[in-house]
Design a protein around this ligand. Structure first.
Ligand code: CTP
Length: 404
């Protein structure tokens, strides 16, 4: 999958810069068109001539060293890259990218790039664990950067600890699996719902829930990464939706029902991760409700169960529901799977720390018709989304599912 791809290899100034040469060579051997950008400090560890010889392309170091008057180099490189890999990435390079600095060729190109970025950090263990570095890496991960974790072993500074640049073979494997992932859901149309619904009581008041939309957004992002065409129906959310999706904003459960059923026939995969209200007010006031001395009694009626409706109308679609539970997870999950005619149920124990609404992590168990398929440990919602879509992609291949 790397064959024919244009990859920018950013090499920054750490002792592991020499491994950048092996990485460059392996990528070229795999058929990639590699353009190397080195920071000034990287050139203290390894010469540009080495990288030029291995990549068979000019090596860039200086933003102002414009060799072709027809183009602006950092924009041209950024526009044509399928992927940027920074290996080794020093603490300084990570901080500059997190902070949006553009003071050399690499950082400027990174700011101009819209393609994915893989970062392979290498530094002393205390630097790697420093809260500032951890914060910068989390920030970059939340923006979609992928990391190849450093290994544990003898560090140049004498420590035997975590911080050693991952081996070039492991970085190449991560690059391969990233390109492979891009084809797993290629040509598939995926609908995901996210966030909570809002049920109006009057023009300024409504009933809602704690859903942030983060799980649904992570699924949308992961599906895009895996090559799917994504429609995202989002209710009330606190996080920002990803770009690159067909976004439909809704408020109430009824609006979500209409939006979802309107596009259902065209979809191959539907993931219902939204927290949909089970009840809405029977009477919605046009005017702001005024208080009086009495207690206020709200009469609520059931909303339509969207997932159940989709289950009843299912044809070729692969249908995935969510189940937020606090007890007897397997029993309730399997009950929902059968009752709502789903292919998978993603159940989370919302009583556990790190699971469920609002946070950046989740702990889920995935159930299929045969029972438990995978019990995932505490993971970022992004990782949960990738693993869930892997299960879906495998099952689609196995069943030959999806619309032709
Ligand atoms: N759901 C839906 N429409 C509703 C309510 C729920 O589509 N009106 C979907 C959710 O998007 C989720 C699944 O149903 O995928 C499970 O939601 P949950 O509230 O956990 O389950 P319920 O079926 O409402 O069951 P219970 O109240 O018994 O837990």
């Amino acid at each position: 999958m790397v064959n024919g791809k244009t990859i920018i290899l950013g090499i920054t100034g750490g002792i592991a810069a020499y491994k950048g040469a092996a990485l460059c060579s392996k990528l070229v051997q795999a058929g990639a068109n590699v353009h190397v950008i080195m920071t000034e400090s990287a050139t203290k560890f390894i010469t540009p001539l080495t990288l030029q010889t291995l990549s068979r392309n000019p090596v860039y170091m200086d933003t102002f060293d414009e060799r072709d008057p027809a183009v602006v180099s950092h924009i041209h490189l950024a526009d044509h890259a399928d992927l940027i890999v920074i290996a080794p990435a020093t603490a300084n390079a990570i901080a500059k990218l997190a902070g949006g600095h553009a003071d050399d060729m690499l950082s400027t190109t990174l700011l101009a790039a819209t393609c994915p970025i893989i970062i392979a950090p290498a530094m002393n263990v205390h630097m790697y664990e420093h809260p500032a570095v951890v914060h910068n890496m989390e920030l970059l991960a939340s923006r979609g950067a992928m990391f190849v974790e450093p290994g544990t072993g003898q560090l140049a500074c004498g420590y035997v600890a975590k911080g050693r640049l991952a081996e070039p073979e492991d970085i190449v494997a991560a690059i391969h699996s990233w390109f492979d992932a891009g084809s797993k859901l290629k040509g598939k149309r995926l609908l995901v719902t996210a966030g909570g619904t809002m049920e109006r009581l009057d023009p300024v008041r409504y009933l809602t829930n704690d859903s942030s939309g983060k799980m649904g957004f992570a699924i949308a992002e992961a599906a895009l990464l895996m090559g799917a065409e994504v429609t995202l129906v989002a209710g009330r959310t606190t996080a920002a939706p990803p770009s690159g999706v067909n976004l439909i904003r809704v408020e109430s459960a009824q609006q979500m029902l209409e939006a979802v059923t309107g596009v259902y026939a065209e979809m191959d995969i539907v993931v219902k991760s939204a927290a949909v209200a089970d009840y809405r007010a029977v009477y919605v006031s046009d005017q702001k409700l005024k208080k009086n001395g009495e207690n206020l009694v709200l009469e609520l009626e059931r909303t339509t169960d969207i997932l159940e409706t989709l289950g009843k109308r299912k044809q070729h679609q692969f249908l995935v529901g969510f189940a937020a539970e606090t007890e007897q997870i397997e029993h309730y999950a399997m009950d929902k799977l059968t009752r709502k005619n789903c292919d998978l149920i993603v159940a989370n124990d919302v009583g556990l720390a790190g699971a469920g609404f609002n946070g950046d992590t989740n702990i889920v168990q995935v159930f299929g018709p045969e029972g438990l398929i995978e019990a995932m440990p505490l993971l970022s919602k992004r990782e949960v989304a990738l693993r869930l879509l892997d299960i879906i992609a495998e099952r689609l291949v196995f069943s030959g599912g999806g619309k032709e």
